[in-house]
Design a binder for this molecule. Structure first.
Ligand SMILES: C[S@@+](CC[C@H](N)C(=O)[O-])C[C@H]1O[C@@H](n2cnc3c(N)ncnc32)[C@H](O)[C@@H]1O
Length: 312
């Protein structure tokens, strides 16, 4: 995992793959998985059998081959890729929301961040990188097994020295008093965040920022009523990401009763055909077309940010 704010020290630049490393095996942007490199083990997929021993000593980013000359890429387990491959024990935050949260919470190296619930640790992993190398994330979940699995994952991805996972009912008990006035930022992903907001306010440094993620607008309304008592600059955002599919195609143009019209032929090969009696006049050169992906992720939730009122 990347622990340094300096991009020249990125794990993938610094190190070669070693026995015991976690690598992201990349087939396609929508087909990746995390694998622990173990001498003597193999990974098998539709492209053949890959020996882990062939991977050891290669730089991250390498293309490696199977016994059938199929290939995959071995990538470093960055938070961005980890979010796409981690095992979902809960709903998770994805890159669009995560990047906005890190920016709007003004998280920089050295920050102390409080989070609840931990869930699958998707957000926590990015928070850890943002506070590295001198900051710390204290994350709490009331579900013991989830907290334990999150700890195991943070160990696997190498952020465990930057994250402490606590088991605690944050809605019922609030954050521990050890953090009174110490937190630079607090993040809540809880079903009833308004119950945890008064405690979060006590934990923040003057001018500290809170963010609450909720899937339903009714939760946002209730949270805002509570935030209003202690916080200022309250704002809610919904982040919608639009992904484009880009492919090379040939455009044919044909002359009909209503003049020229353009269409993409059904097959890649250049072809001369007629369409409803319209003669195909010419086939254009290969061109790159982009269209929004049909399966773009829609609503995930609302992100409400607020800054602690400074009373003095
Ligand atoms: C949706 S998940 C959080 C997902 C996380 N943001 C991520 O990106 O992976 C919500 C978590 O809150 C935890 N939770 C619910 N109520 C809680 C409470 N009162 N105190 C602490 N954790 C709680 C649940 O156990 C669950 O793991």
């Amino acid at each position: 995992m990347v622990l340094s704010a300096d991009s020249s020290e990125r794990l993938s630049f610094l190190r070669r793959i070693q026995q015991g490393d976690l690598v992201i095996v990349y087939e396609r942007h929508d087909h990746m998985k995390a694998v622990k490199v173990t001498e003597g083990c193999v990974m098998q997929n539709r492209f053949g059998v890959f020996k882990h021993s062939d991977w050891i000593g290669k730089p991250f980013g390498s293309k490696v081959f199977s016994n059938k000359n199929g290939f995959v890429y071995l990538l470093a387990p960055t938070p961005e890729l980890w979010t796409l491959v981690l095992s979902h024990r809960t709903q998770i935050l994805y890159i669009a929301d995560i990047s906005f949260v890190v920016m709007y919470l003004e998280i920089v190296p050295g920050c102390l961040v409080l989070e609840s619930g931990t869930g699958s640790g998707s957000l926590t992993t990015s928070l850890a990188r943002a506070v590295a190398p001198t900051g710390h994330v204290y994350t709490f979940d009331f579900h013991e097994q989830r907290a334990a699995s999150a700890r195991e994952d943070f160990e696997k991805t190498g952020v465990n020295s930057l994250v402490t996972v606590g088991v605690r009912d944050i809605q019922g008990e609030g954050f521990p008093n050890d953090f009174l006035g110490q937190a630079d930022a607090v993040f809540l992903d809880l079903p009833q965040p308004w119950l945890a907001i008064p405690s979060a306010g006590k934990m923040l440094k003057p001018d500290g920022i809170l963010c609450s993620f909720s899937p339903c607008i009714e939760q946002v309304q209730r949270s805002c009523e509570t935030l209003n008592l202690q916080f200022t600059d309250i704002r809610t955002f919904e982040i919608l990401l639009r992904t484009y599919e880009v492919k090379e195609t040939r455009v044919e143009f044909s002359k009909g009763d209503e003049g020229f019209s353009f269409r993409s032929p059904p097959h890649k090969k250049r072809q001369h055909s007629t369409d409803k009696g319209n003669a195909v006049e010419a086939s254009g050169p290969a061109t790159v077309m982009a269209k929004p992906c049909g399966e773009s992720r829609g609503h995930t939730g609302y992100l409400t940010f607020a800054r602690l009122k400074c009373l003095s």
